[in-house]
Design a protein. Structure first.
Length: 569
């Protein structure tokens, strides 16, 4: 960082924005105050922020843009989704064939530029703008950062519905629609909008004995919200069943459906499940943001060495890669990100899913229909006749699917799939248990990867943290580790709903199957022996990967301990 500042200071002098004498004096003051020289010069108004912007642009041969003077078209803004624009603090300026020009405050941030290249699947052309200019453009084109839950609207609708002189609308069993401006419809819509704004993955409406509870799952953790009154339980559930295409007169059996909703300019799908309980029907809605799933591999949580290993594996021409973990551990997101990474015009990619949750551009996606006999195995046989290069199978559930997948990987296809096992070596045992021959597993498998999700520390309230003795003991940390590390924790702020955490990423256990591992699989050694040998060959456990990310200040000890209970470090 010091070298980069030195080069920037030299440029500021060369461009005539300041003098060498002023810089020399500022160095002494900055050293005593413990601040950056450039920051001190700006704070003392020796140079202007615009001067720094011009110097940065000159340093990288980029053009300076004044975003306030530009009129950027909506179709250009749509290239970079709001969450990515805010995360990386970039503004798309224009696009040409295969290229996107983006304005950024720090053109030396190579990680951001590399991530954008993968996320946008396009070559990036740099433009440089000042930080205030970018902040103003983010607010102008993507909307200002507000507290996600618009409590006033929600409160007004509830009050309107619960006033004594207001009749609570009922929905006929024939599915008769309510007036689109009815308070009930506005209430249901507001529940969905608030959940989306708060980045919830699920909405839970649960009828209890004396109340109708509303909870959102945010970053994997359930959070209770202000709940509608109990008297609105029946009409709210009826309204949601109508939207999801369910039979509203049926209250005895579970039902599934889908709702498509537009929030601002975004089109989202909600996968709806209705379950009869003691006190009424419980509704759970999974939010599927089709535009939000544009993850690159760095966003999944890979550190540099693991990312390089993983990129090498998914770049192989054939073999099978299995991602393992419990439900909700991010396996599907990882597979989608792999497909995004390797999706090129010269490759044919086909997926078999149940259900198809996200639509990926340029990829053939097949929906399983068990009711008509179109199972994973049937679909897999059919798609292999379509001559794909790469195949993704939602899950290997039985011998038939497993055998076809492994045979496909042995005949020149690269196959991605998932398994429900606790660790990476356990995937071998699982495949053998369902009937796949060990020699086929050994021959076809290229990589087994277990993963869990942990919460990121909120960037707006992050602060140094001293782990407790219990946390140090659980993670095997020493005082030397803490001294050399950068352990952090969020204090809690409006940005993270006072949780100290915002967003999630993965911790990984990557078992690359080389010759020695193949022999062990072929010899059918016990999982404990295979796991031990895998560690000796360089595999890091989930907890060990988590510890690295704790020491890097990416997550907290508490999160890693919670996600890796039972994992031997």
């Amino acid at each position: 960082m010091a070298e980069k500042d030195d080069y920037l200071l030299d440029l500021l002098v060369d461009l005539g924005f300041t003098s060498a004498e002023v810089v020399a004096k500022a160095r002494e003051e900055a050293g005593a105050a413990g601040v950056g020289v450039v920051d001190l010069l700006v704070a003392n108004k020796v140079i202007r922020p615009g001067d720094v912007t011009q110097a940065k642009a000159a340093q990288f041969g980029a053009e300076v843009v004044h975003l306030a003077n530009l009129k950027i078209e909506d179709e250009v803004i749509a290239i970079v989704p709001r969450d990515i624009a805010r995360k990386y603090r970039v503004i798309p300026v224009f696009k040409t064939e295969g290229k996107v020009a983006v304005a950024i405050a720090d053109p030396s941030d190579l990680n951001t530029i590399d991530s954008l290249t993968h996320l946008l699947n396009a070559e990036i052309e740099l433009r440089v703008a000042s930080e205030p200019d970018i902040e103003a453009a983010l607010n102008k084109y993507y909307g200002s950062e507000k507290k996600a839950m618009d409590a006033g609207v929600f409160k007004d609708v509830i009050q309107e519905l619960t006033e004594e002189n207001v009749h609570v609308p009922k929905v006929d069993d024939d599915g008769g629609e309510l007036d689109a401006d009815a308070p009930l419809i506005r209430l249901v819509n507001q529940i969905i909008v608030d959940a989306f704004k708060m980045r919830a993955s699920d909405i839970h409406l649960e009828p209890l004995e004396k109340r109708f509870r509303l909870r959102y799952r945010i970053d994997g953790v359930m959070q209770e919200m202000k709940s509608p009154p109990k008297r609105l339980q029946a009409p709210v559930i009826a309204r949601l069943k109508i939207q999801a295409g369910m039979v509203i007169s049926e209250h005895r059996v579970p039902q599934d459906g889908r709702i498509q909703s537009k929030i601002g300019n975004k089109l989202i799908d909600l996968r709806v499940s209705c379950l009869p309980t003691n006190h009424g029907e419980s509704i759970v809605m999974r939010i599927l943001d089709k535009e939000g799933l544009r993850l690159g591999l760095p966003e999944l949580g890979f550190l540099t060495d693991d990312q390089q290993t993983f990129e090498r594996i998914i770049g192989l021409p054939d073999g099978i890669l299995l991602v393992t973990g419990p439900t909700g551990s991010g396996k599907t997101t990882t597979l989608y990100s792999c497909l995004n990474f390797i999706n090129r015009p010269d490759r044919k990619i086909i997926t078999v899913e149940d259900p198809v949750e996200y639509v990926l551009s340029g990829i053939n996606q097949v929906q399983v229909h068990d009711a008509v006999g179109f199972s994973f195995a049937t679909a897999l046989r059919a798609i292999l006749r379509q001559a794909p290069n790469i195949v993704m199978i939602g899950e290997i559930r039985d011998l038939e699917t497993g055998s076809i997948a492994i045979n496909a990987s042995l005949t020149g296809h690269l196959v991605f799939s998932t398994l429900h096992t606790n660790d990476a070596p356990g995937a071998v045992t699982r495949l053998v248990d369902i009937g796949v021959k060990p020699f086929l597993v050994a021959s076809s498998t290229r990589c087994l990867m277990a993963q869990r999700l942990v919460r990121k520390i909120c960037k707006k309230c992050i602060a140094p943290y001293q782990p407790t003795e219990q946390e140090m003991r659980a993670l095997g940390l020493t005082m030397e580790d803490i001294k050399n590390g950068n352990i952090q924790k969020g204090r809690g702020c409006p940005n993270c709903n006072n949780t100290g955490n915002r967003g999630r990423f993965g911790i990984f256990e990557i078992f690359v199957v080389e010759d020695e591992a193949r022999k062990l699989i072929y010899d059918q050694v016990p999982t404990t022996v295979l796991r031990q040998r895998a560690r000796e060959m360089g595999m890091r456990t989930l907890r060990e990967d988590g510890i690295r990310k704790v020491l890097a200040g990416m997550t907290t000890p508490e999160e890693v301990i919670r996600a890796t209970v039972g994992d031997e470090s």
